[in-house]
Design a protein around this ligand. Structure first.
Ligand SMILES: Nc1ncnc2c1ncn2[C@@H]1O[C@H](COP(=O)(O)OP(=O)(O)O)[C@@H](O)[C@H]1O
Ligand SMILES: N[C@@H](CCC(=O)OP(=O)(O)O)C(=O)O
Length: 375
């Protein structure tokens, strides 16, 4: 059995490739069948958030585009057109099972800024409490090239973290993760991923289907992001949703880590944008990693970039990135006092010197983080 059978709150993400027909239009039967199966699984006790791609794909035909346009304004126009059609169908499909849905369109700001993050979480949790099925997508019609998620796999993982879901289901057009793109001779299905090591010999490509966005690469990154937060991920073909929701191990199961870090640490590690870098010496790196201590100013070797006190920054040692945290000082000040011990800080006029990063504001990054953030 997979972790889905014991879950009470799940996020189900369904990709464009599974929501559109070969001729380009929305696959209405697919939406109906997902709504039917999800409603049945949900019953009266469980909670589901759906992350639905497909807005751009749904808008192509009505706008007379024969394929996904390359320029952003046309993509935005297709998304604006398609999102309404998509929601109309999800609404009707769930209504057939006496469930109401609500549309939530996100921008990166809603996840990157802490106040927006807690605000979005409050809205989602309230919707779930009201017995509604939130249907999420990126707000593609208004996002800029620089400030867009670009892929809903990552959105789904961040949302699963945000609402502390028990499991994440990623539905796509192939059976799961293969050792190489499925059209490669000899590619085999990987049924279980227990950690980053299991991905060493797996070849994924970013190129997806005709309408899909990130290919398998974004799904694997999203799965690693979720599992690092203690959320198990079932990656499966949308055709197999019934089996997935029955708890059968179809597709690829990404095992969750045993830890479930606090929500604030998850936000620091995965959602917040990094504004700069604090380079620390090896003693400080050990104190942070092994003894879970605060980063003291004495352990700071140098400072890169320009940031304010309260910004999230990377923490690196000579061997690489080790943590992320909220800086207690702005970059100019920290660069001036870097390396000073407490007595020297007192002499420099800091009566009660703060740590460079307090341990409550530090997220130590594991191997999964590197897999998640690899390009
Ligand atoms: N190692 C791999 N295993 C499985 N699929 C892969 C792999 N590498 C690349 N792919 C491709 O990723 C595609 C799924 O990604 P995508 O088209 O973006 O789907 P979606 O629209 O569901 O998000 C598959 O159709 C497959 O061709
Ligand atoms: N937000 C976009 C989909 C982005 C995306 O991640 O697509 P996909 O790879 O099909 O899940 C849309 O609704 O068209």
């Amino acid at each position: 059995m997979s972790g889905i059978s014991s879950a009470s709150r799940i996020v189900v993400k369904i990709g464009s490739s599974s929501l559109t027909r070969l001729d380009g239009g929305l696959d209405l039967n697919r939406i109906d069948s997902v709504a039917r199966l999800v409603s049945r699984w949900r019953g009266s006790e469980r909670e589901v958030v759906i992350v639905s791609s497909g807005a751009v794909a749904a808008g192509l035909d009505p706008l007379g585009f024969s394929s996904k346009p390359k320029d952003l304004p046309s993509v935005q126009a297709a998304a604006a057109m398609g999102q309404g059609l998509l929601m109309a169908r999800w609404t009707a499909a769930f209504q057939a099972h006496h469930l109401d849905v609500a549309q939530v369109l996100l921008t990166t700001e809603d996840v990157m800024r802490r106040d927006h993050y807690t605000n979005a979480r409050a809205a989602l949790v309230r919707l779930l409490g009201l017995g509604i099925v939130p249907i999420l997508n990126e707000n593609d019609a208004v996002t800029t090239r620089e400030l867009r998620f670009g892929d809903n796999d990552r959105v789904a993982a961040l949302i699963a973290q945000m609402i502390r879901a028990d499991a994440l289901v990623l539905l796509t057009d192939v059976d799961g993760l293969y050792t190489a793109p499925p059209d490669h001779p000899g590619a085999r299905l990987v049924t279980r991923v227990s950690g980053a090591d299991d991905l060493m010999s797996v070849l994924v490509t970013g190129a997806g289907s005709r309408v899909g966005t990130g290919g398998m690469a974004t799904k694997v990154q999203a799965a690693m992001l979720a599992t690092a937060s203690g959320i198990g991920v079932q990656l499966a073909c949308a055709d197999n949703l019934e089996h997935v929701l029955s708890g059968e191990c179809v597709g690829t199961w990404f095992e969750p880590s045993q830890e479930r870090p606090a929500s604030r640490r998850l936000w620091i590690a995965h959602a917040a944008p990094s504004r700069g870098e604090i380079v620390v010496d090896e003693g400080a790196a050990r104190a942070i990693k092994e003894r879970k201590k605060s980063l003291l100013v004495a352990g700071v070797s140098s400072v890169l970039g320009h940031f304010d006190a309260g910004d999230v920054v990377d923490v690196a040692c000579p061997t690489g990135l080790i943590a992320r945290g909220v800086s207690g000082y702005d970059s100019d000040t920290l660069a001036q006092i870097a390396g000073l011990g407490t007595p020297e800080l007192h002499s420099a006029g800091y009566e009660h010197p703060r740590p460079a990063i307090h341990r409550d504001d530090l997220a130590v990054l594991g191997d999964a983080f590197s897999a998640v953030n690899a390009d």
